[in-house]
Write a protein that binds this ligand. Structure first.
Ligand code: RIB
Length: 317
């Protein structure tokens, strides 16, 4: 029987409050939209759910408030088959909240977060989860929890010999030395621009940014370029994967779907390029649906899109 990959996700949980709008509001503008919906979100939790739906065993270390939204997080994890032993419930904090507007014409979004209990995550919380994290095939991190908790996680992974995938979202400045301890860095084009100072308008710019990130000590970098696909680089390869042609409904959480699927396939032993291709397909399935956690695809859906694309490539030759 194939081994089930085990992945540790240390990150955020948020409740997403979402409104579809006819276009994104300008500065100072109020815009009427609808419908409104509420769902589970947070980059850490979304990536954990992406992994669980693909079939991974997930160790999730997240922090929620002692409120109804925190209870909903526990319920969600139980329903998705994710253990709740490392969901930290904090008195005196509200569960993280994300205010999201989605442009109904093209799926683009704007997000503002109120981190709440996510900000209470400490390095000690991460270290306390060592016994659960040990034996993971990889560790998946984002930047919606405080930097000391991220640093503690990267250091713990180093001690345990676990490969780290860091999704530097949302961007915050990190100690440069941390980049040398990251196995794969997965910024989107905005984050790659902020890390490197290179404005990314094209695949060529993305390649330059990837080279600069490699020179900072990362062993591999995968830059997601929204509608322009994905740029993949490690010491051996550099390639550009085009986007899948799908009808986009909501791009929120596409990066989370991508990162969960990338970690899953890396943990399964795929090459970086094959893992990125799988993740590219997972993200494409997720943007065809509304919401974030709710939009994460199952393995058969990702495989079906990849098979359909392979067929259409053969046809176009
Ligand atoms: O990446 C999408 C996520 O970002 C949303 O679910 C929202 O909660 C924010 O964390």
């Amino acid at each position: 029987m194939a081994k089930i990959p085990k992945i540790a996700v240390i990150g955020s949980y948020m409740t997403d409050l979402v409104t579809m709008v006819p276009r994104l509001p300008r500065r100072g503008e109020t815009i009427a939209g609808g419908p409104f919906f509420m769902g589970s979100g947070g980059k850490g939790s979304n990536q954990a759910i992406a992994l669980a739906r693909l079939g991974a065993e997930v160790v999730a270390v997240v922090s929620v408030g002692a409120d109804d939204f925190g209870k909903a997080a526990l319920e969600l994890f139980k329903n998705e088959g994710i253990g709740t032993g490392r969901v930290l419930v904090r008195d005196g904090y509200h569960t993280g909240m994300a205010l999201i507007v989605v442009d109904s014409t093209n799926g683009d979004n704007q997000i503002a977060i109120a981190p709440g209990a996510n900000e209470a995550m400490t390095g000690a919380d991460v270290e306390a989860a060592e016994a659960d994290i040990a034996g993971s095939d990889c560790m998946l991190l984002q930047l919606e929890i405080p930097a000391p908790a991220v640093k503690a996680a990267i250091d713990l992974a180093g001690r345990l010999g676990i490969r780290v995938i860091l999704n530097p979202a949302p961007y915050r400045e990190l100690d440069r030395g941390l980049y040398r301890k990251v196995g794969i860095l997965t910024p989107n084009e905005h984050e790659a621009g902020l890390i490197t100072g290179i404005g990314i308008e094209s695949v060529k710019d993305a390649r330059m940014a990837a080279e600069k990130i490699m020179s900072m000590g990362c062993r591999a970098v995968v830059i997601t370029l929204g509608g322009n696909g994905v740029l993949v680089m490690d010491e051996r390869t550099s390639c550009h994967l085009p986007p899948h042609g799908v009808k986009v409904t909501d791009t929120t959480g596409a990066g989370d779907s991508f990162n969960g699927a990338l970690a899953y396939s890396i943990a399964k032993g795929m090459s970086l390029k094959d893992a990125a291709a799988f993740a590219n397909a997972a993200a494409a399935v997720s943007v065809t649906r509304r919401g974030t956690a709710a939009a994460m695809p199952r393995l058969d859906e990702v495989e079906a899109l990849m098979a359909a694309q392979a067929a259409s490539c053969r046809e176009s030759r």
